[in-house]
Write a protein of this length. Sequence first.
Length: 333
Amino acid sequence: MKVITIEEHITSEDALESMMKSPAGDFGKDRMRFFMEKATVDGKLTDTENIRIPYMDKVGIDMQLLSYINLASSNLIGEERTNTCIRGNDFLKEQTLKHPDRFGAFATLPLWDVEASVKELERCVKEYGFKGALVQGKVDGHFLDEKQYIPLFEKAEELDVPIYFHPSFPVKEIQDYYYNSKDGSWSNEVANEFSSAGFGWHIDIGIQVVRMILSGIFDRCPNLKIITGHWGEGMIAMLDRMDYMMPKSQTGLKKNISEYYKDNIYVTPSGIESLVNLEAVTKYMGADHIIWAVDYPYLMNDTVVDFLMNSNLTDEEKELISHKNAEKLFKLN
């Protein structure tokens, strides 16, 4: 069975150097260094020929959609960051040209400049054949539901490409209040994980998606598609509760929150092999709104494909999740 995965990260030596020289964004220099160094050992992010493709062949992945995680808009500040994003997208195009049957790409966008982001998304989709964009966290402390970002989502709907919402660190005030130990009960290393991949940034991006719904963007752009990882970033379990506590009679929206989620949101596992989540999300969302993802290189489990294939889902559901949904959403031949 063909397998396409879509949360698969890459970077270049040039990008790593730019990141480490740049002033830190929301999450601070120490946390940036901690998180980047964790995933850049042994060239997993930078070596396509000797590490990435052999891994794909080993576990049974036919194609990856690459995303430039370390050029996230929330991770850079200063005038150079727009050019860094453009160079990053040029680098991504080079990778897809080397192996067009194995790689597609998501654009990285200079979200601090909405007009530039609109132009860059259009350039990458129309000239480079990119399949959408991956954005990370917030932008200079701003959520993406704010009205200034409407032109970007209108352009994504016009181009008929999705936007992948990937987590990043919550703002420093939230990190300090919720995730740092006040009396030293846990280490800074634990706090780093607690505020990010261990818990914090999942809730942060889940809230971002709910904010998008409440903003009315999906009434304005009914064909806009958003992708979230990590089995929905904790929000799916709360959708029925949100419908009850925030009905459309209160929000002024055309539909209930869960209806937008089921219609406009796609979910990936981000490499989390959880049978409970697989079965629950499939039952709640439907198999046609789940797309497979490994979260390379942060998770490189050899069983990530076997997990899906050996599950209790039907063959039709496995086909949808493993490749048919991706082929339809991203118009892959």
